[in-house]
Design a protein around this ligand. Structure first.
Ligand code: BGC
Ligand code: BGC
Length: 836
């Protein structure tokens, strides 16, 4: 929906809201009666209900409070689980057994046993409640080295194949069972409307019908079929439908943002996959970080109770997202009666669990949370644990499939992943019928993604953001280059890997694999869909190959459709390969077809013709994509794209963590200068100075969009950005850096401290003088400082009060044009790294 249209809808809604009979479109107020009804297929079992009632009688209030809390394994020991009776543990994206995210499979199973044993060790007279371990097995059991890694959901959307989705669910569950897992936080059934959102690839489609049709299939694969003897047990585990509700529709595609669709669209776009998920028997639902007209889902009682339970008939338990309760008004991560009272049954309290336990216990004792509500929450959790047979299952290592290591990445599983890759690839261009290739050609394989399993698998793979993954982390996988090489060497051809595209002997064809580097959650949010806005190096690679007369086949790895028209123009054939996972054989199957395979993948997201053409969704008025929803060529198509018209690109940084740009402090921050003892002076429009430091405005790209700072050396003085308290821990965990654009006119004569501040005697700064000296006279450059270094130097990153501190006592002449928190490809250098 366009901004203008949304604005109109809002005004309309406000007008209608004043007239009682038309209440349904008043923003922020839900009307459960207009939401559809559905029903859980699992009848309440009297035997289970009797056991729930008995357990509730026997449990102490401490046990009950512990039962509704889930802690992250990085912050909880088995001894803690025993002592606080915690109901669940998770491994967050960066956590693993004994602090090792890359621990091998046996260590995970041993850890599952240790937590289980602790949960079963209770005081005499109290019931033992087995713990559950939850994991983001979102594209296969994707935290575990050696597991089969399937394409991310965006690729699966292109397959349109429900039966395949079911198989993928089954395999993921089995590979979880191997390491003792009980529960996956999947599937994400977001309907993603704005491609700027960094989680777009976790969604199957922009179109609710695809998501609706997949939800039940994947859930039945993961959990088994209600009524079957192996439902939730044996090869199956618990699934989670997430994130409830409206995650894919936030304004501007901002992660954790505000969804501003009118209620009917909120229901029909974002809500409509939940009934099929519930009808397939999904046992848990995760609340979303986002809000709807300012009301956080995690604290929205009408949404969680009246819609999810009463209308949709959900009969499992509700878990919130990672400390999402801390964002509910009046709450913190360690205290939130409001979320529990709103209907959250289990709180995901990774490191906050200890404080949350104490505060929740006190709130129950004080009556802020009624015993009835606590019993309801605990009862829902116990019911799910009983349905899953956990009370009788024994130690995780004693259960079916546990310890069958050969099942991780088993040939049979990888064959299904390979099929998924084949069916997910979308052929966007094949001019001159350059594809399929004969396998006896001399093939040059180029591009950063050609031999890189990290790029192939994306975020939520082994590590949270998908950073730092190497070949060795995928003992069972294959890179695209390896798959191509295997194919052509069998076919009498040859394949040479040359990432930069250089060659001595002219190849018959170049296959260039390039695309986005891995990201997850907010780190993947972008301002525009422009691919490589700052540095079109892949375009240059494609153009240089074409200029030398080599036909180019591009394979684009990405979590989203992007504006790549120049790259399309510089390619003879172009394949959207999404994030295909570990089985690149599926790519080779299509490239070198011997007649057995053809492309079947069809876009489940509309492809933009301009960097700012978003939101762009099928059904829009004036829908005018470059490639429409449903597009995808086959070898039989003879469509020639020819030269497509390119549009000029716009600036491409994430709007989220930009602190200074266009000559102004952003996001309500202000700039100030301060000398060692003087009070800070805020920088207004004019040039000012403080002892030791003079400031004026200069032009970089536009009038007065940069600052010129001249330290005289007469006194220590600093520039600072301040005025708001910000929590930068997630950004630090995501490997992001503080990055400034600088031009060093005169190298520093003394140490220059750069970093962030967090109040009296609290800051994290690093001496960057040597790095600045290297930049002298070299024009504008980026200067990147990893946030983790600032944390290690003493900054309290959860309460940053000065987003920039730049201080020196010596002479220095420095221009600054831009300050932001972002990811860079620079080395994580604590002395600061220069970036182009
Ligand atoms: C994500 C969830 C995920 C959870 C646990 C959150 O940040 O939003 O999708 O399941 O972390 O890792
Ligand atoms: C965890 C993720 C989580 C994220 C949210 C990370 O440290 O590993 O699972 O989603 O934090 O803040």
């Amino acid at each position: 929906m366009s901004k203008a249209w949304r604005g109109l809808a809002l005004i309309g809604a406000l007008l209608l809201g004043s007239c009682a009979t038309q209440a349904p479109s008043q923003p922020g107020v839900l009307h459960p009666e207009i939401w559809p009804r559905s029903e859980s297929p699992i009848a309440r079992d009297p035997a289970i209900e009797a056991r729930v009632a008995l357990l509730l009688e026997q449990m102490s209030v401490e046990q009950k409070v512990g039962q509704i809390i889930q802690a992250d394994m990085a912050s909880v020991t088995p001894e803690d689980v025993r002592r606080y009776h915690l109901g669940s543990v998770l491994n967050g994206g960066n956590s693993g057994p004994n602090g090792d995210d890359r621990a091998l499979a046996p260590a995970w199973l041993a850890m599952a046993d240790a937590y289980y044993d602790a949960s079963m060790d209770v005081a005499p007279g109290r019931p033992a409640i087995p713990i559950m371990w939850g994991s983001d097995a979102v594209h296969g059991n994707s935290n575990i080295i050696g597991a089969t890694i399937f394409p991310h959901n965006i690729g699966l959307g292109a397959t349109r194949n429900r039966a395949l989705l079911q198989r993928i669910g089954e395999i993921t569950a089995k590979e979880l069972r191997v390491v003792g897992g009980d529960w996956t936080f999947a599937p994400t059934i977001a309907v993603v409307r704005d491609d700027r959102w960094g989680r777009i690839y976790e969604g199957y489609s922009e179109e609710p019908e695809i998501v609706r049709s997949f939800a039940g299939a994947i859930i039945e694969g993961i959990q088994g079929r209600p009524g079957d003897a192996d439902f939730l047990r044996g090869p199956h585990v618990l699934a989670t439908a997430k994130h409830f509700l409206g995650d894919g529709g936030t304004d501007g595609g901002r992660d954790q943002g505000d969804n501003l669709y009118p209620e009917t669209e909120f229901r029909d776009l974002f809500g409509s996959a939940y009934p099929p998920a519930i009808e397939a028997g999904v046992q848990t639902v995760m609340t979303s970080y986002n809000s709807w007209f300012g009301v956080k889902s995690t604290g929205n009682r009408v949404l969680l109770n009246d819609v999810l339970i009463d209308r949709f008939g959900f009969d499992g338990f509700v878990i919130d997202d990672w400390n999402a309760h801390g964002q509910v008004p009046g709450c913190t991560a360690t205290s939130c009666a409001a979320a529990i009272n709103a209907g959250v049954d289990m709180l995901m309290a990774p490191e906050s669990w200890r404080g949350l336990y104490a505060n929740t216990l006190a709130q129950v004792r004080a009556g802020d949370i009624s015993m009835a509500r606590l019993d309801e929450a605990v009862g829902r959790i116990l019911r799910v644990k009983l349905r899953a047979g956990l009370f009788e299952a024994g130690r995780p290592s004693s259960r079916a499939y546990a310890g069958q290591w050969a099942m991780l990445g088993a040939a049979e599983h990888r064959a299904v992943a390979r099929q998924a890759v084949r069916e997910s690839l979308v052929l966007l261009k094949n001019d001159g019928g350059v594809l399929p290739l004969a396998p006896n050609l001399r093939v040059l394989v180029a591009g950063e993604g050609a031999d890189d399993l990290g790029m192939q698998t994306g975020g939520w793979t082994i590590s949270w953001q998908g950073d730092g993954n190497s070949r060795a982390d995928f003992p069972n996988g294959e890179t695209i280059f390896e798959a191509i090489r295997a194919r052509v060497s069998a076919g009498g051809g040859s394949a040479v890997l040359s990432v930069d595209g250089s060659f001595e002997q002219t190849p018959d064809v170049a296959i260039v694999v390039f695309g986005e580097r891995p990201y997850a959650e907010f780190r993947g949010d972008v301002a525009t869909l422009d691919y490589q806005p700052d540095d079109a190096r892949d375009l240059r690679l494609l153009q240089s190959l074409q200029a030398r007369g080599v036909p180019v086949v591009s394979i684009f790895l990405s979590g989203r459709p992007m504006y790549v028209t120049p790259e399309l123009n510089a390619s003879n054939a172009f394949i959207a390969a999404w994030l295909p996972g570990s089985e690149a054989g599926g790519v080779a199957d299509l490239l070198f077809s011997d007649g057995s395979f053809d492309f079947t993948g069809k876009l489940s997201f509309s492809w933009p013709r301009a960097p700012d053409q978003t939101p762009l969704n099928v059904g829009d008025r004036n829908y005018d994509p470059l490639f429409p929803f449903g597009y995808g060529l086959t070898y039989r198509d003879r469509r020639e794209l020819g030269r497509l018209s390119e549009v000029s690109a716009s600036a491409g940084a994430s709007p989220l963590d930009v602190y200074f740009a266009e000559g102004r402090a952003q996001q309500g921050l202000k700039l100030s200068l301060a000398s060692a003892e003087g009070t800070p002076i805020d920088i207004g429009a004019a040039a000012i100075s403080t002892p030791g430091l003079a400031f004026s405005r200069i032009d970089r790209a536009r009038q007065e969009d940069a600052l010129l700072l001249r330290w005289s050396g007469a006194a220590a003085a600093r520039l600072s950005l301040n005025g708001r308290q910000l929590d930068l821990t997630r950004q630090a965990g995501a490997g992001m850096s503080l990055v400034l654009q600088v031009r060093v006119d005169q190298a520093p004569a003394a140490p220059v401290l750069l970093g962030v501040g967090c109040g009296e005697a609290c800051r994290g700064v690093v001496d960057v003088s040597a790095t600045l000296a290297r930049a002298e006279g070299r024009g504008w450059m980026g200067l990147a400082l990893p946030l983790t270094c600032l944390g290690a130097r003493g900054a309290q990153l959860d309460s940053v009060l000065e987003q920039l501190v730049l201080e020196s006592g010596g002479a220095l002449s420095l221009a600054v044009s831009d300050v932001r928190i972002t990811r860079t490809e620079a080395e994580q250098e604590c002395a600061g790294a220069l970036t182009p």
